[in-house]
Design a protein around this ligand. Structure first.
Ligand SMILES: [Zn+2]
Length: 72
């Protein structure tokens, strides 16, 4: 059985529109991309009304935990 690789990406450390490259396969992943062509959303976690954490899975199988969403 293949082991799932888990990466953590802190959005506060990303410049620009929040797009980043998958740490494993370098596919560009944009949280604003809702087509889910490059990734699948596994789980969204909210703290109150604001998005707190997003767990996505890249096409290559890596699981990426997105944290650091700005609470406005
Ligand atoms: Zn990937």
């Amino acid at each position: 059985m293949k082991r799932t690789l888990v990466y953590k990406v802190d959005l506060t450390k990303i410049e620009g529109d929040g797009a980043f490259s998958c740490p494993k396969c370098a596919t560009t992943i944009s949280p604003d991309d809702e087509t889910e062509n490059a990734y699948t959303i596994l789980e969204t976690k909210f703290k109150g009304d604001s998005l707190n954490k997003l767990i996505i899975q890249c096409k290559c199988g890596s699981e990426i935990h997105l944290v650091g969403f700005l609470s406005s």
